[in-house]
Design a protein around this ligand. Structure first.
Ligand SMILES: Nc1ncnc2c1ncn2[C@@H]1O[C@H](COP(=O)(O)OP(=O)(O)OP(=O)(O)O)[C@@H](O)[C@H]1O
Ligand SMILES: [Mg+2]
Length: 380
């Protein structure tokens, strides 16, 4: 797996202007009556990419997958796969397979028969079919369970049967709609890594829908954050987290502090914002906003330092506050700190040592501070 990890790190076809997307949604809209479920959406996905669609319930994730699989037709726009417009191609003729949100296995059929189902329907010769099913059982490590029925399996095993069934026909693209939704946390995490291994071993393109951001961050090369039928940002997990392109994404992914304030100085890459509660924020900006406008500044809790004494330059990016709440989470501790104006700041620190001499306590007066490049300016 080590070497594959290295390949993975070098995988970034979206940064190459000459790379052709494998799947392209071009201005795709889907209306149900007068409700718009997918709204003029354009998106490129590359060959062998592990792509995640992330967004709140009802934002159009399943609808997007269903259109790619051919179960729904776009109201307008085009979906291109490997250079071919998919309009008019029925689902069974698309090199795409979908693992559904509720992966219904056939309860009266054995694991083996469940996996063979699609192949049999396609009229695959018996020998070939047996060989393929054996291969699939091995792939998902269920060889010993071949003759069991689904109700004799654990949730995780059932999930692997569904996966084997959707991979048996060797689709070029596998669409997974909340594939791990039914699993408990531990099994979910294990299976995430199994899925990543499988995807790399088979060299397939995966599009996975999830509303679990940690899952998307773990598995995906890139994530599309969706809201109300539109893609709000498409980027790598790291970019989405560290450089959200708007308030919605900053707030949706991970924990964040957002300060709203007025721009007092702007120019030459640095912006100063004055926030209620006396805090002055200085930060870099690629596009400097006009002086006097109201902007937001987003900063993650782990980028905020908590100290007993004032930092060296306490006139910017620092404020005095009071510890209001302490949440010990094992690996880290989260502090809720109340600033004089009443705003709460969340700051987290890693518990790298098993015990700390003289730890912070409730009601203690502390300083919060952060670096100039610790957060991002929000445009809206
Ligand atoms: N056949 C349909 N007829 C009418 N409305 C539909 C139909 N299918 C989906 N919708 C609506 O379209 C919107 C998007 O649905 P979709 O299933 O794509 O959401 P989702 O992002 O997958 O949500 P979840 O995370 O809950 O699965 C929802 O508001 C849903 O009610
Ligand atoms: Mg859905």
């Amino acid at each position: 797996m080590k070497s594959l990890g290295n390949i993975r790190r070098a995988f970034a076809p979206w940064t190459d202007p000459s790379a052709k997307p494998f799947i392209a949604f071009k201005n795709v809209t889907k209306r149900f009556g007068n409700f718009t479920a997918v709204d003029d959406l354009s998106l490129n996905i590359y060959h062998r990419e592990f792509f995640a669609l992330l967004g709140a319930s009802g934002c159009g994730k399943s609808t997007l997958l269903r259109m790619l699989a051919g179960f729904e037709q776009p109201s307008s726009g085009e979906i291109i796969l490997d250079g071919t417009d998919l309009a008019g191609t029925p689902p069974y003729k698309r090199p795409v397979n979908m693992m559904f949100q509720s992966y219904a296995l056939f309860p009266h059929m054995t694991v083996e028969k469940n996996i063979a189902f699609g192949l049999k329907q396609d009229g695959m010769p018996k020998d070939e079919m047996v060989e393929r099913v054996t291969q699939m059982l091995k792939l998902v490590k269920l060889e010993q369970f071949a003759s069991r029925k689904p109700n004799q399996l654990s949730g995780g095993q059932r999930q692997r049967v569904a996966l084997a069934r959707s991979l048996a026909k060797r689709p070029k693209v596998l669409l997974l709609d909340e594939p791990l939704g039914a699993l408990d946390k531990k099994l979910r995490e294990e299976t995430q890594f199994e899925l990543m291994d499988l995807q790399q071993t088979l060299g397939l393109t995966f599009v996975v829908v999830t509303h679990d951001q940690e899952e998307a961050m773990t598995m995906a090369d890139r994530i599309a954050v969706m809201s109300h039928g539109q893609v709000v940002q498409v980027a790598t997990p790291g970019e989405i987290y560290e450089a959200p392109n708007c308030r919605f994404v900053a707030d949706f992914i991970g924990d964040v502090n957002i300060f709203d304030g007025k721009v007092t100085t702007s120019g030459s890459g640095a912006v100063e914002i004055s926030v209620e509660s006396g805090l002055t924020i200085r930060t870099g900006a690629t596009e400097a906003p006009a002086t006097g406008t109201t902007v937001g500044f987003a900063i993650r809790p782990e980028k905020i330092r908590v100290t007993r004494t004032a930092p060296a330059n306490a006139s910017v990016n620092a404020a005095k506050g009071e510890i209001w709440d302490i949440a010990y989470l094992g690996d880290m501790t989260v502090f809720h700190i109340k600033l004089p104006g009443g705003k709460f700041v969340r700051a987290s620190s890693l518990n790298a040592q098993r015990s700390v001499e003289d730890p912070f306590t409730y009601d203690q007066e502390v300083w919060v501070s952060f670096d100039e490049n610790g957060g991002v300016l929000l445009k809206d």
